[in-house]
Design a protein around this ligand. Structure first.
Ligand code: F6P
Length: 527
């Protein structure tokens, strides 16, 4: 049996507090010592990736204490409970099964009389068959013409993950002949979002994928009507242009207005749903089912690494532990995710939801207030663009913000140019290593304005190329990191009550059921 205890009751909490600031990053990263750390502090991941944490404020003593924390908090045992089907989502009394959508990690999980692995695989097969039929021209528009574009309508987890994954593989798919359909996404209830997407596509050759687990989300249902309206105005039958991805219990499940419906369930949270039908339908349509299967394989292989009790063989757990050390004992409030890969341009936005909706909590899994800080603020942009934007604050601002770099040795297209002795890819990679060292070691200067204090920690995930397997591994790495951090903080990382209040108030505003300042604000915006 695992014990769910608050972080500050653990013995390792006190030990780690006593070690805080014991490592001078500038010192340990200078000279040969630094070179040794770069070689030593690297852990293999799945998908040909590795996690290098040489430029973190840890040493062997801190790592021993983090390993003790992992054991005392029973992190791998809790993961085992999760993938074997325990009710880990205490707030909603639900199982947490997203890992099962990409592999069988433990026992068969039977819930509501259904073998859940079989259910997810069956939905993947249905999505694969449907995508193949669309690609072959067996499912067409009313005129018998092939669909060329797929448009996902959804918000939050029904948008961010699938959109980030699509963007991540679009160039790779073009370069390797795997782009079967162009994908677009409509999420915001802002009418300009749907209008702009509709304006950019050939509606008559577009297939719309309506994604909502609950089937009740205001933005998604509004955008569905927006799109249906546009289809009708062009003399097209919406029922021939639309499929749904939802849970079997949602109002959308029994709606005859779709070509087909694909299912996920309440045991997969929206922000963890990229590997379920939520990501599976759009990604299989865009890239073909084989590519989606490769992406799932990468995620499954990374999930396997998360079983390892040895923190040096479990990069997601190690990343989680270091993140907690930084948050609770070094006092850092944010984490920047900085992929040196244009393909990962929306990955930080996906992680914002995945991390902040999971661990942005002040009560433990039993609803009791906790006396320690929990999830950090997550933000980021791809490098090198970010360097010309907010890196000023990262280098010389008053807050230290730990950095999570991601970089690849090779580009996706392979097209490049040699200018002044180096390729663009070499310039990209040179920048990321330069940044790691500039942040860690800083620069002395008599002019305080040009002085860099250094001591700013970072890690880097390095890969050969951003392939479907590498992307799957990267996604699962962060999902598992967030899960382990939630375990350490004793949170329920799998509900999101904090998003409800705003929705309730917005409904009141639309119903003109307001008074006081809410009414006054509504009037300011002409509602
Ligand atoms: O409002 C937050 C949220 O519930 C997210 O957790 C979820 O990903 C998103 O809304 C969309 O929900 P649904 O898929 O049910 O439309």
């Amino acid at each position: 049996m695992v014990a769910w205890n608050n972080f500050d009751t653990l013995t390792s909490y006190k030990k780690l507090a006593s070690l805080a600031n014991s490592v001078n990053l500038k010192e340990v990263m200078s000279g040969e010592n630094g070179a040794n750390r770069v070689k030593k502090y690297s852990v293999p991941m799945a998908g040909g990736l590795s996690y290098n944490f040489a430029a973190k404020q840890v040493d062997d003593d801190v790592l021993v204490a983090l390993a003790e924390l992992a054991a005392e908090a029973q992190l791998t045992e809790k993961y085992e409970e999760l993938y074997n089907g325990a009710v880990i989502n205490t707030g909603e009394k639900r199982l947490v099964l997203h890992q099962l959508s990409r592999g069988q990690l433990g026992k068969d999980v039977i819930a509501d009389g259904v073998n859940k692995r079989e259910f997810y695989v069956a939905q993947q097969k249905r999505a694969a068959e449907f995508a193949n039929r669309v690609h072959k021209g067996e499912v067409t528009n009313a005129k018998g013409e092939k669909f060329t574009t797929v448009v996902q309508i959804g918000i939050g987890g029904s948008d961010l993950g699938p959109r980030a994954m699509y963007i991540a593989l679009e160039s790779w798919a073009k370069a390797t002949g795997n782009l079967k359909m162009t994908a677009k996404f409509i999420s915001n209830v802002d009418p300009d979002d749907a209008a702009a997407v509709l304006d950019s596509i050939d509606v008559a050759h577009s297939l719309f994928v309506l994604v909502s687990k609950s089937g009740t989300t205001l933005e998604t249902l509004t955008n569905e009507s927006f799109v249906k309206d546009a289809l009708v105005k062009q003399g097209l039958d919406p029922a021939k242009h639309m499929v749904a991805v939802t849970s079997e219990t949602s109002p959308l499940a029994k709606n005859s207005g779709y070509l087909a419906a694909f299912f996920m369930d309440d045991y997969i949270g929206g922000r963890y749903s990229s590997t379920s039908a939520v990501g599976g339908v759009v990604l299989s349509l865009a890239f073909g089912p084989e590519v989606f299967a490769r992406f799932l394989n990468g995620a499954a292989a990374q999930d396997e690494t998360a079983k390892n009790k040895d923190i040096m063989k479990n990069p997601s757990m190690l990343d989680a532990l270091i993140g907690v050390y930084e948050r609770n004992f070094l006092g850092y409030t944010a984490t920047a995710v900085l992929p040196y890969s244009q393909a990962l341009s929306r990955f930080p936005a996906h992680l914002q939801q995945a991390d902040m909706e999971s661990n942005g909590k002040s009560v433990n899994r039993f609803g009791e207030p906790v006396n320690y800080v929990t999830g950090p603020v997550i933000f980021g942009e791809p490098g090198t663009n970010g360097q010309h934007s907010f890196y000023q604050l990262l280098h010389q601002g008053t807050n230290i913000i730990p950095l999570q770099f991601v970089g690849f040795k090779n580009s996706q297209f392979g097209k490049d140019v040699l200018i002044e002795g180096s390729t663009s890819q070499a310039k990209l990679c040179a920048n990321v290593v330069a940044q790691i060292m500039a942040f860690a070691c800083g620069k002395d200067d008599e002019n305080r304005n040009k002085f860099f204090a250094g001591g700013r920690p970072s890690s880097i995930i390095i890969g050969e190329q951003l392939t479907p397997e590498a992307l799957g591994a990267l996604l699962a790495h962060f999902e598992n990191k967030i899960m382990f951090q939630g375990f350490i903080w004793n949170l329920n990382s799998f509900d999101q009550e904090g998003v409800q209040l705003g929705k309730v108030l917005a409904k009141k505003v639309l119903a003109h059921n307001t008074d006081g300042a809410l009414k006054a604000y509504a009037e300011l915006l002409n509602i």
